[in-house]
Design a protein around this ligand. Structure first.
Ligand code: F6R
Length: 357
């Protein structure tokens, strides 16, 4: 039930710190080590390449998942949109492991791929919020995201939960492979949970940002580089699906190859800067759009901030910034939908779980 909340979406945004703490407790053993099924660990070790398959927001979590697994566990990963995979199948490696990411566990596009790869004799792991769902039952293994029921059509807490579980999985695989890492996901996720709280407490600021930039605009762009680019795509999806503002997430470096032609006087551009190695270049891209009239809204992370930034998020480990930087984007989208009188929890033309291909 949504209790005192006006919308499920707002309640679910606020639940994210609790979800992350819940995930920490579910994936921790008595000695404070990662607790994960031995068969999943072995399947990760045996795979020579991982194929992540998902749709929508879960696909965006999969883009971050690729980075996590490649950087932490040193294993090659490809992330694919489920509805495209079968029509445009990549050359598979010899021992692939398929990871399906799905909040509902019922998405027909993802199931289509699962049925096919099982027929081909490959192993599959489903990361889902609904154990017992179709994708969970038909895969060899399941990892539960423990986010609790997600009712709002726009996915929020399921996304951050999926990335938290992917981080734990990546570290578990690295450890099993004997890779030395100085990143404790359980500790770092606890820091993430607190950082999330700091941001869910900033609703007035975020409502104001949303009012200023989005109450009348026709479109809005999100720019980022590296992992921030993936979060930008998710921010754009949230905004378009509930506020009907045309929104796109672009890679900062791609602007000059075409997109910058779209910038007009007053076009809102939301920049995300949480990664040190791309901080200067994304700020350079922001200057380029400002020179063409854009209204800049920079969201940066503590340690990388500059005086004019609209919002500075608390510092968290560089691998986990998407779990935190997405919170202001979710809230900005929420308030944009409210200001524009849209049905936040049930946007037009959309269904919570898409069981047709
Ligand atoms: C966006 C959204 C959708 C879903 C997509 C996949 O807010 O909710 O894009 O993420 O339909 O759904 P699941 O994760 O249930 O497979």
């Amino acid at each position: 039930e949504k209790g005192t909340y006006p919308h499920y979406m707002l309640k679910e945004i606020d639940e994210q710190p609790f979800v992350i703490r819940n995930i920490i407790s579910k994936y921790k053993d008595v000695e404070e080590n990662i607790k994960l099924d031995e068969t999943i660990r072995q399947a990760m070790l045996d795979a020579d390449r991982i194929y992540i398959i998902a749709a929508g927001t879960s696909y965006h979590a999969g883009l971050v998942g690729k980075q996590l697994i490649e950087r932490i566990a040193n294993k090659p990963v490809e992330t694919h949109i489920a509805s495209e995979f079968l029509y445009n199948m990549p050359l598979l490696s010899e021992n692939p492991l398929f990871i399906f990411i799905s909040q509902s566990g019922e998405t027909a596009d993802s199931r289509g791929v699962l049925v096919n790869v099982k027929e081909m004799g490959h192993k599959a792991l489903t990361i889902t919020n609904v154990p017992g769902s179709t994708l969970s039952r038909e895969a060899d293994f399941t990892l539960h995201t423990y986010a609790g029921p997600e009712i709002a059509v726009a996915s929020t807490k399921a996304y951050t939960a999926q990335m938290a579980v992917l981080a734990i999985l990546a570290v578990d695989t690295a450890k099993a492979a004997g890779i030395q890492i100085d990143f404790d996901p359980l500790q770092e996720l606890a820091i993430v949970a607190s950082a999330m709280e700091t941001l869910t407490d900033k609703k007035e600021v975020l409502e104001q940002i949303s009012r200023e930039y989005l109450s009348v605009t026709r479109n809005c762009f999100f720019i980022g580089r590296a992992i921030d680019y993936f979060v930008g795509q998710e921010g754009a999806l949230k905004l378009k699906e509930i506020s009907y503002i045309q929104a796109e997430g672009f890679a900062g470096g791609e602007l000059k190859h075409g997109t910058i032609a779209l910038i007009e006087e007053g076009t809102p551009v939301i920049g995300i800067a949480t990664q040190e190695h791309v901080n200067l270049s994304i700020r350079g891209n922001m200057k380029e759009v400002v020179a063409r009239g854009a209204s800049p809204c920079m969201i940066s992370m503590e340690g990388l901030e500059e005086a004019d930034d609209a919002l500075v998020i608390p510092h968290v480990h560089e691998y986990l910034t998407p779990l935190v930087s997405v919170i202001p984007l979710q809230l900005i989208a929420y308030y944009a939908a409210l200001h524009r009188d849209c049905d936040v929890d049930k946007p037009r033309n959309l269904a919570k779980s898409v069981t047709v291909e």
